[in-house]
Design a protein around this ligand. Structure first.
Ligand code: HEC
Length: 130
């Protein structure tokens, strides 16, 4: 029933925006981070473990205090690369290949089918911002 779906969708959106990163997703993201990211960005994500790997706890600070969730996700999945210091971050195609969920971009618009691991990593990084 389209009407009920819309109401549920709106309720979910309201919850998401009221609570910030989902704690469960952030916990999954912490595990993924330790396994795939800490070697370069450091165990506490403050960067510098590999040449050119930026401090990931200051992403919001570098962006006027707003965590740019969509851009962060696109960097992780390899869609966007800044190529700072000529260094290249690996792409995580295999990690991100399955387990797709519907993710709501904070900018609004339609929900987008997105790898759950990507949403989890972004949620975890958002909890680290200082
Ligand atoms: C081999 C080292 C390496 C690994 C592993 C790595 N990164 Fe990176 N990361 C980099 C480098 C170097 C940059 C900066 C240059 C670029 O964007 O390619 C970067 C940039 C980023 C940025 C952009 C930061 C900004 O402010 O624009 C994010 C977000 C990020 N990494 C997250 C992650 C996550 C999450 C993982 C694990 C899934 C990860 N990285 C794994 C080296 C790495």
């Amino acid at each position: 029933m389209p009407c009920r779906a819309t109401i549920l969708h709106l309720a979910a959106l309201a919850l998401l925006s009221a609570c910030g990163p989902e704690p469960e997703a952030a916990a999954d993201g912490a595990v993924l981070y330790a396994r795939h990211c800490a070697a370069c960005h450091g165990a506490s994500a403050t960067g510098g473990a590999a040449a050119g790997a930026p401090d990931l706890t200051r992403i919001a600070a570098r962006n006027g205090g707003v965590f740019p969730e969509t851009r962060v996700m696109s960097v992780i999945d390899g869609y966007t690369r800044s190529d700072q210091h000529g260094a290249r971050m690996p792409e995580f195609g295999a990690l991100l290949a399955d387990d797709i969920m519907l993710w709501q971009p904070p900018e609004g618009g339609a929900a987008v089918p997105t790898p759950r691991a990507l949403v989890a990593l972004a949620a975890y990084l958002e909890t680290l911002q200082r």
